[in-house]
Design a protein around this ligand. Sequence first.
Ligand code: PMP
Length: 429
Amino acid sequence: YTKEYKKKTPASAKLFAKSAKMHINGVSHNIRFYEPYPFVVKKSLGKNLIDVDSNKYTDYWMGHWALILGHGPKGVKKNLQKQIEKSWMYGTVNEQTILLSELISKAVSVAEKIRYVTSGTEATMYAVRLARSVTGKKIIAKIDGGWHGYTSDLLKSVNWPFSESESSGVVNEEQIISIPYNDLVKSLSILKKYCKELAGVIIEPVLGGGGCIPADVDYLKGVQEFCKKNNSLFILDEIVTGFRFRFGCLYPTMKLDPDIVTLGKIVGGGMAIGVMCGKKEIMEYADTTGKKKSERSYVGGGTFSANPASMVAGFSTLSELKSKKSIYSKINSIGKYARKEITKTFDGKVAVTGKGSLFMTHFLKDGITEITNSSQAAKCDGELLAKYHFKMIAHDGIFFLPGKLGAISDAHSKSDIKKMVKASEDFIY
Ligand code: PMP
């Protein structure tokens, strides 16, 4: 399909050659590159991306899964336009932030205090820094294959099932340990070894980058109980899952009680955002008033944190999700349909993981029959998955970032899934 793709995308080829000269890998996020070159987007609307050659793609990448209402939803656009008239950067306190926080704190019980930043990476960085400060302990446990952004505070150069290394040049790596997802017995035995020094555990309730794999409720409960007993913080990274399946986070549906929750993506309505929120007594540890500098946890912010454009886009998105709760039942049921139909199409050769409106296809091999953790996901045929996605980009006008999970938005319908399933049926491998 490379020939077909090149024929369709000459303007992208030309522009990307320019981009490659100026940017690392030609992109500004490593995963956005794929062979022979990614198409260059001119505009997007609803469920579609349109490239500089005017090819139209049904998009399942949906802005790193941030765009739950689709690209450029009318209501959000209108409110953003109004805000742009007033200005898009104040660099100081604004009412837009307060409005968004009112919505978040009503929907997320643990959000007794909130701090905004401009990426999920910063939110998780601050969350683990705060955990270390509050507990006076140093070690953070993450999940094998857990992804919390590019912060050095949560990257490991070993123990990553998808490749040998997440990064070189990671500082204080000995202070990050990892535990296997959905294996409580093994996880607890590792955590016990470190319990005196364990500041906290950070977990995604559905592994995103690690393979779109939901956690077992009992697994999360067991890890949470261990944290409570050992004066370690239980941190849930809901940057992908927050407001994705319901109006609020996923943790209340599992009767969990996290100390800190991180949010991002959807709550920024497609604009840059990261959120760290948590229980008052923990979050207030970062208050600077009345503390010696040496005692503070430095939770900063950043030039663009709580900028009014992000706040308005987030507020408008959450307002729409709140007033039209049927969006969730719609996209969750389309997701269920997608998982069922893709599984059927590949007749025992794939496992389709996910939850609600998220789904990921894994081409099974090496005796793997189910996917409950990222080690199993890593043993699947990632190259074949990337080929399958590329075929759909080149031949069918359907966009998945090759090898990655898909997200359904309110702009999608069941007939889009039918088209995608049809495109899957004639994938020869
Ligand atoms: N946490 C999770 C669970 C994520 O999936 C991501 C990004 N995909 C991040 C954190 C980092 O967020 P950002 O890319 O906004 O820095």
